[in-house]
Design a protein around this ligand. Structure first.
Ligand code: FDA
Length: 290
């Protein structure tokens, strides 16, 4: 996959490119169109302390470059990229370094949510660091049965929280396997995160989805509750439903797009293929033609 030029071109639909400069070029374009960004340096499940340190270093450089270029962008990282598999202390030290730099450059630092093997540890670490690093933000997944409870905990904390559907393969005991159940849970969680008591506690929700029905639901719920458009945001992934950007911005909604970059694109790209089988067919046609 990595060596085939046709495959690389297809990957570039979802990934800005191998370098930080590639990502920041995309971010500048998004910002010019009134869209904010999240930037992810691709990588996960590192197995060496050097790999974790490299990831942390990349996020420090990213924060500095964003500030230097005055871009409207913030990082979104994975704890296993910062070494969670090597032990919590390794990961925590790197996360604190990145969060501290984010405080000085006035940037939020989003902690992505990975597979259910990490849910508890991720939310726990977020909860412990939240008081010191008010710029940390976390993610919950609507496909997990536990998420309604986690959301209540995050509301207590007044968290900045992204709601996504969830992108990993999970067993039915812990995750809804029927797409309709996931969507219904997502809709309920929109209502909960936009409720007056949640907002009064300082919750700032971000609804990460390309699902037009759920985007409409978020917008209508906010309107019905008199929630100002700057009290929440919508988030999407680079390369997906770009056609929605302009109408959402024209409706006065805050929009942020996640821009991934780096060489380690395999896991991220495979999740994008798995989400939409049509992508796989498209990739095969593309490769055959090439
Ligand atoms: P759904 O899958 O129902 O798709 C709705 C529509 O969007 C589709 O009909 C199609 O038009 C389009 N679409 C969706 N995926 C596509 C694709 N791959 N290619 C082309 N079109 C596509 N997950 C996670 O587990 N942890 C995390 O931290 C994050 N973080 C995150 C950040 C942001 C900003 C976003 C937008 C998403 C995530 N996700 C995530 C991924 C998320 O869980 C989910 O897998 C994807 O967003 C796809 O689900 P949708 O909500 O878009 O709905």
């Amino acid at each position: 996959m990595d060596r085939l030029p046709a495959a690389r071109r297809f990957v570039r639909r979802f990934v800005a490119g191998p370098t930080l400069a590639d990502a920041l070029g995309v971010v500048a374009g998004l910002n010019a169109g009134g869209v904010d960004a999240l930037v992810t340096y691709l990588g996960e499940n590192v197995t060496t302390t050097e790999g974790a340190a490299r990831a942390a270093g990349a996020y420090l450089e990213l924060l500095d470059e964003i500030a230097r270029r005055r871009l409207r962008a913030v990082p979104s990282l994975k704890l296993t990229h910062l070494g969670l598999d090597l032990g919590e202390s390794v990961c925590r030290a790197h996360l604190e370094t990145v969060a501290a730099r984010g405080l000085t450059t006035r940037a939020l630092v989003w902690i992505d949510m990975e597979s259910s093997a990490y849910t508890h540890r991720t939310l726990d670490l977020y909860q412990r660091l939240h008081a010191t690093y008010s710029n940390l933000a976390c993610v919950v997944q609507a496909y997990l049965r536990r998420t309604a409870r986690d959301v209540e905990r995050l509301i207590e904390l007044g968290a900045t929280v992204r709601l996504c559907k969830g992108a990993y393969r999970e067993p039915p005991e812990i995750a809804f396997s029927d797409k309709r159940e996931v969507d219904a849970n997502y809709a309920r969680l929109i209502d909960r995160l936009l409720a007056a008591d949640a907002l009064a506690r300082g919750v700032y929700p971000a609804f990460a989805t390309h699902d037009e029905r759920l985007l409409r639901r978020a917008r209508e719920t906010a309107e019905a509750g008199g929630v100002a458009p700057d009290r929440f945001e919508l988030q999407m992934l680079y390369g997906i439903r770009h056609d929605l950007h302009a109408p959402l911005r024209a409706a006065g909604l805050r929009l942020r797009v996640l821009v991934p970059y780096g060489e380690d694109w395999y896991g991220y790209f495979m999740r994008r293929l798995a989400e939409r089988p049509a992508n796989l067919a498209f990739l095969f046609r593309h490769l055959l033609r090439a």
